[in-house]
Design a protein around this ligand. Structure first.
Ligand code: GBH
Length: 476
């Protein structure tokens, strides 16, 4: 029905691309093979106290060694696209200098295997695995990292630019900057508000410089260039709603969209963070370098957030469910409280709000007219149970059904939405939560590494085949 986003029979247009997504450190394993160097996630995950159960990505789901089997699985699902990320420390183990041919070879085989099966490759250059030597030299708060990233982008574009359909520079720079350098919940686990804003700027700069390099070397005529952002869809509760939403929107969303798509930082963001930094790290010419035309904006969406200006009396909520490492993901916004969201929730504790996705897509298409959008991640973790060789994950299937309905409604309202990549193809390494959270539509048994299509995967295969949103078995 209308309010619950469980419409049945909605049909997607022929051009709409159905796919699924993963990321290098979360699935590959083979952490020290074929010349791969350490990344900040190797270091962080091996430092006690950072990740649930001490889990690391050393093996992950062993995708590096199971490439052919996994490609066949994608084909059985009928995927039209596969969104993966390239591990920078496989391509340039020290983070600079010549390419490592064996690292390039893995992604070359992946791309060829996808193309042989009629699956469009969507390659992300950076899904959080910074080569450790670059962190040792200062990480994203250091300007040089942006130049190193552009150099890496050029190498990747030279190696794969004749075949990759969609290039994405960064995945969720919000996480890299604010969780990596502000709250400390993600690698490298540094805690400093000013550093997190320096990281924001140098990630933005890295994006713009990388787009320029890619345009220079990519030879596939119809290749598209993009970036993927995670958006905060905000709600307010009291008379502080407008202020709280404006400030968090500035830090979370406009800190990236404005420089990339309008060539400026929002004046209110600079003002709101003036007690943290004077932004003197923004140099002449940087905004022009960042403001590059792109062909597609990638949108990652999971849930909404409710904010208010804190009165100093009620207890503050931990804002994203991560373990409290002592830092804040919100520089200059220590007085803003994130309230618990009304349920239902996923196993991450994130509220389920498909209307937030529709609202976000409509809002972005209004803010940036003419820019095509793609949902590059959406999905959910639930506590799956294996019964007689099956996983009857009606909860995940229903989550996906409702969010596909939201996407279809956005299309109906005129949004230029090109496709949808379900997060994730496999259960995998969920960062600070290790292997404790399962997002896959394909289950992975972490003892045997066997893959098993969950009910949600069968449902998705049916959606792709019919281009019509199917009912959910047991739920109608
Ligand atoms: C994505 O991160 C990642 O790209 C992917 O690697 C990961 O596995 C997947 O999602 C699942 O986590 O508004 O303050 O409450 C998503 C990370 C999760 C960050 C929700 C913001 C809400 C913060 N986002 N979170 S808050």
């Amino acid at each position: 029905g209308n309010a619950d986003y469980r419409d049945s029979g909605l049909v997607f247009p022929d051009e709409f691309v159905f796919g699924s997504a993963t990321a290098s450190y979360q699935v590959e394993g083979a952490f020290d093979e074929d010349g791969r160097g350490p990344s900040i996630w190797d270091t962080f995950s091996k430092t006690p106290g950072n990740v649930w159960n001490g889990d690391t990505g050393d093996v992950a789901v062993d995708h590096y060694h199971r490439l052919d089997e996994d490609l066949d699985l994608m084909q059985r699902l009928g995927l039209q696209s596969y969104r993966f990320s390239i591990a920078w420390p496989r391509i340039q183990p020290p983070g600079s200098g010549p390419v490592n041919p064996k690292g390039v070879d893995f992604y070359s085989r992946l791309v060829d295997g996808l193309l042989e099966r009629g699956i469009a490759p969507i390659a992300t250059l950076y899904h959080w695995d910074l080569p450790q030597p670059l962190e040792d030299a200062g990480g994203w708060p250091a300007r040089d990292t942006a130049y190193r990233f552009a150099e890496y982008a050029r190498h990747a574009g030279e190696a794969l630019g004749d075949r990759v359909h969609v290039w994405t520079t960064l995945n969720e720079p919000w996480c890299s900057a604010y969780l990596g350098y502000g709250s400390g919940a993600h690698a490298p686990g540094r805690i400093d508000g000013a550093d997190s804003l320096r990281a924001v700027h140098h990630l933005n700069l890295g994006h713009g410089l990388a787009i320029q390099q890619l345009r220079d070397v990519v030879t596939k005529d119809d290749a598209q260039f993009s970036v993927t952002l995670n958006f905060h869809v905000l709600r307010g509760v009291d008379d502080t709603a407008d202020e709280a939403k404006r400030r968090i929107d500035g830090l979370a969303n406009r800190a990236f969209t404005w420089p990339m798509l309008r060539g400026e930082y929002p004046a209110d963001l600079l003002q709101d963070t003036s007690s943290v930094t004077d932004w003197s790290f923004v140099q002449d010419g940087d905004l022009a370098a960042i403001h590059q035309p792109i062909d597609l904006l990638g949108v990652n969406y999971y849930s909404t957030a409710t904010v208010r200006v804190w009165d100093g009396i009620s207890p503050r909520q931990n804002n994203d469910g991560h373990k409290d490492m002592g830092g804040s993901a919100w520089p200059g916004a220590d007085d803003i409280e994130f309230l618990a969201q009304p349920g239902p929730h996923t196993a991450m504790g994130w509220n389920i709000a498909p209307e937030g996705l529709e609202e976000l897509l409509v809002s972005l298409s209004g803010q940036f007219p003419g820019l095509p959008l793609m949902v590059t991640e959406n999905g959910a973790a639930f506590d799956d149970v294996v019964e007689d060789g099956a996983v009857h994950d009606a909860d995940r299937t229903d989550y996906l059904r409702r969010h596909f309905t939201a996407a279809r409604r956005a299309l109906q309202r005129g949004v230029d939405l090109r496709g949808y990549q379900v997060w994730s193809l496999f259960d995998n390494y969920e960062w600070g939560y290790g292997y404790s959270k399962r997002f896959g539509i394909v289950r992975v048994d972490y003892d045997t590494l066997e893959r098993l299509m969950k009910d949600s995967a069968h449902w998705y295969a049916e959606l792709i085949k019919t281009r019509t949103i199917p009912d959910v078995p047991g739920l109608g």
